[in-house]
Design a protein around this ligand. Structure first.
Ligand code: G
Ligand code: G
Ligand code: MN
Ligand code: NA
Length: 262
């Protein structure tokens, strides 16, 4: 309908923008990077969230050029943060996480586009993490995994997003070129009540222990309270994201937070 047909012109006119939600190290509270979350500033409807237009862009294939724009913009931003935080005395660079749709995974230009963008902007591959949902990789064959494997070999991190929402085949994790598990928000929400459901605690504990034994880092989403952060830290999670730390916001929010605790 209307929004779908307006998407290509919106991309041409530069109506998309990106907000960044900080990723915080649970051990010491330092800001380590951010997830890039795209929005559409529609001239009539105002700001439209990705849940409303990403499915439309996937349906028409516009997700490929839109995703490439998000990647380019995010990598450029990570490079800008790098200069600002290192000059400001922070201990390390800020990394950027970018979401990939399933259709981008099967697009033949994924690896070369990513390499081109990293080289053009001058960002080390380790400054980028690509998030792929668990459901996109369920039952993935080698052809689908090959580009991700190439990127991982170059040093780009791959995160398994929304982990635990699909019918997780834990044994399958071994063959995926991922280095980060992003535990779905639903696990964090189950820790809202005190005492938390002991079975949920056991499940998270088990996932963390499995992830660490496979050399995967664990990021938790949707952290809204300090009590949740404490609980998740105790369970061994490495990194957290959520309103407790910051809402998604403009790029300057990130280096300001990073420098505030530097
Ligand atoms: O920003 P918000 O929390 O409303 O994001 C909702 C969903 O949109 C998230 O699941 C996120 O993964 C997805 N999303 C946000 N930005 C992008 C993007 O650039 N590409 C893709 N494929 N998904 C995105
Ligand atoms: O990639 P993903 O779909 O997980 O994107 C994160 C989504 O979760 C975004 O829509 C973001 O606005 C939302 N979100 C981020 N932090 C929180 C939080 O602490 N609580 C809740 N309920 N949602 C959050
Ligand atoms: Mn994500
Ligand atoms: Na997610």
């Amino acid at each position: 309908h209307g929004l779908t047909t307006a998407l290509p012109a919106a991309l041409e006119r530069g109506e998309f923008f990106i907000e960044y939600q900080p990723l915080v190290h649970l051990g010491d509270g330092s800001v380590r990077g951010a997830e890039a979350l795209v929005r559409w500033l529609h001239p009539q409807h105002g700001v439209i969230g990705p849940d409303r237009f990403i499915p439309l862009a996937e349906h028409t294939g516009l997700i490929v050029p839109l995703g490439r724009w998000v990647l380019e913009e995010s990598v450029r931003q990570a490079r800008l943060w790098e200069g600002r935080v290192l000059d400001g005395g922070a201990t390390g660079p800020l990394r950027v996480n970018v979401n990939l749709s399933p259709m981008q995974l099967t697009h033949p230009g994924l690896v070369s586009d990513t390499v081109d963008i990293l080289e053009r902007e001058g960002l080390e591959p380790g400054g980028l993490c690509l998030e792929v949902t668990e459901s996109a990789l369920i039952g993935a064959d080698d052809d689908l995994l090959k580009p991700l494997r190439r990127l991982a070999e170059m040093g780009v991190d791959i995160a398994l997003d929304d982990f635990g929402t699909g019918y997780s085949n834990l044994a399958n994790l071994r063959r995926l070129p991922v280095s980060v598990l992003k535990l779905d928000r639903s696990f964090t929400q189950s820790m809202q009540h005190f005492p938390a459901d002991p079975v949920d605690l056991k499940i998270v504990e088990g996932i963390v222990s499995l992830a660490h034994s496979l050399d995967l880092a664990v990021t938790v989403e949707g952290v809204e309270t300090g009590a949740q952060a404490d609980q998740l830290r105790e369970l061994g999670c490495d990194t957290a994201q959520g309103w407790y730390y910051a809402r998604p916001g403009p790029p300057d929010q990130l280096h300001e937070l990073a420098l505030a605790d530097a």
